[in-house]
Ligand binder design. Structure first.
Ligand code: DX5
Ligand code: ZN
Length: 227
C-alpha cells in the first residue's frame, strides 16, 4: 500500500542518495522494513547542482521493486524536458526547483495533469515570494535546509525561521500543502523543524548510517512536534 498524502502525521522520506548504489533494492527493502513512509529520489544533472546521480531508467527500475510512495526531487535545469520520462518511470510526486523552472505554473500543471503530485523546491537563499502565485497548483513545498548537491551536510540554522514563515503562508493560502524539508536533518534537530511546521522530513545520511534504522525512524517520529 502506498502511503496517503495529506495525512495529519509526520512523513519520513529516506533519501537513497546515501544508500550503496550497487544495492538499491536492499535500500528500498530497508526503508520499508524500517517504517519509512516514502522513498526520496535525488536527481542531479551536474549543471543545476555540481553532482550527477539518477535518471529515469533507474527510477523505472526502482518502481518495479517497491510499492513505497516515490518522491522524486529534480535538481536539474530545464525540468520540462525530462518530466514526461519521470512520469512514465512511475514517480508519485515530482518536485522541481523554482530557480530552474522558467514557466513554473505550466510545469506544475503538466505534472498534475498526468495524475502525479506536484512539488516546488526552494534553495536556502531563495525567497518564499517565488511561490506567491502557485499555491493552488501545489501538493508540496520543499525547503532546502542545505545548499543542494550532496548528502551529509549540516543544517543551516536560519532555515527554522523560513519554515515557520512558510507554515504561516500555507495556513492562509492552502492548508493541504505538505511542507517538506531536506538536508542535515537528524534526531538532533527534528523537534526544532517540526515544531516550526515541517511535516515531511527527508533523511539521507542519518538514516543510512544509523546502526538501527527502524529505531531511528521510531525516534524521529517520537521526537516530532508537528501539530
Ligand atoms: C541534497 C539532497 C538531499 C540529501 C539529504 O542535495 O537533496 O536529499 O540526500 O541528505 P542528508 O540527510 O544527509 O543531508
Ligand atoms: Zn532531496
Amino acid at each position: 500500500m502506498k502511503n496517503a498524502i495529506g495525512s495529519n502525521r509526520i512523513i519520513i522520506a529516506p533519501s537513497i542518495l546515501s544508500a550503496d548504489f550497487s544495492r538499491l533494492k536492499e535500500a528500498l527493502d530497508l526503508i520499508k522494513q524500517s517504517g519509512g513512509d516514502w522513498v526520496h529520489v535525488d536527481v542531479m544533472d551536474g549543471h543545476f547542482v555540481p553532482n550527477l546521480t539518477i535518471g529515469p531508467p533507474v527510477v523505472e527500475a526502482l518502481r518495479r521493486e517497491t510499492d513505497l510512495f516515490m518522491d522524486v526531487h529534480l535538481m536539474i535545469e530545464k525540468p520540462d524536458q525530462l518530466i514526461p520520462d519521470f512520469i512514465r518511470a512511475g514517480a508519485d510526486m515530482i518536485t522541481v526547483h523554482a530557480e530552474a523552472a522558467t514557466h513554473l505554473n505550466r510545469t506544475l500543471n503538466c505534472i498534475r495533469e498526468a495524475g502525479v503530485k506536484s512539488g516546488v523546491a526552494l534553495n536556502p537563499a531563495t525567497s518564499l515570494s517565488e511561490l506567491d502565485y502557485s499555491y493552488e497548483l501545489l501538493d508540496m513545498i520543499l525547503l532546502m535546509t542545505v545548499n543542494p548537491g550532496f548528502g551529509g551536510q549540516s543544517y543551516i540554522p536560519e532555515m527554522t525561521g523560513k519554515i515557520r514563515e512558510l507554515r504561516g503562508m500555507i495556513r492562509l493560502k492552502n492548508p493541504d500543502i505538505l511542507l517538506q524539508i531536506d538536508g542535515g536533518i537528524s534526531t538532533a534537530n527534528i523537534a526544532e523543524v517540526t515544531s516550526a511546521g515541517a511535516n515531511v522530513i527527508v533523511t539521507g545520511s542519518a538514516f543510512f548510517l544509523a546502526p538501527d534504522p527502524a529505531g531511528f525512524i521510531r525516534e524521529m517520529k517520537d521526537l516530532s512536534e508537528y501539530r
